[in-house]
Design a protein around this ligand. Sequence first.
Ligand code: K1U
Ligand code: ZN
Length: 171
Amino acid sequence: MAIRPILHIPTPCLREVAAPVVEVNDEIKTLIKDMFDTMYDAPGIGLAAPQIGVMHRVIVMDPADEEDEPAPLAMINPKITWLSEELRVHQEGCLSIPEYYEDVERPVLCKVTYLDENGEYHERECDGLLSTVVQHEVDHLNGRLFIDYISRLKRERVIKKFKKIAKRAAE
Ligand code: K1U
Ligand code: ZN
């Protein structure tokens, strides 16, 4: 079990584009295990590799309710191939912006292609919370954060707050 530190804004790698995985090898399998350990420990319902400073296109998720069986899902090189026109608002949080929640409007449904931890190719249509989390995590791989969808005033306010926290921690 390895819990890795989760990076917070304004760490620069959270704004960078992650590189595709070329081979699903033991290094990637260990990364996925560590990401699940880190996500469940946080606790969170998703995590993208850049949030622990690893610039590979890997995401993990578990949107199951607490009272249900865990439903861990890892995606390597996820690609969103279709988004529904219908939108819905969901309150989002982010482990890289702790204790900050805002409503975000996103497509209700999405289709995603990806490799699993055994290198098998999948195509999946996602709905409900899974659809929201997949879109949020794929955004992380492209250096995009959920605060990019809120008003500029709110975004600037939260960035300023976390810059202050980082400055104080460095002193
Ligand atoms: O990627 C992340 O930062 C993780 C994030 C995922 C997410 C949450 C909500 C909407 C979209 C994406 C989180 O997991 S924040 C924590 C959270 O939502 C949660 C934590 C414990 C129980 C239930 C939810
Ligand atoms: Zn996030």
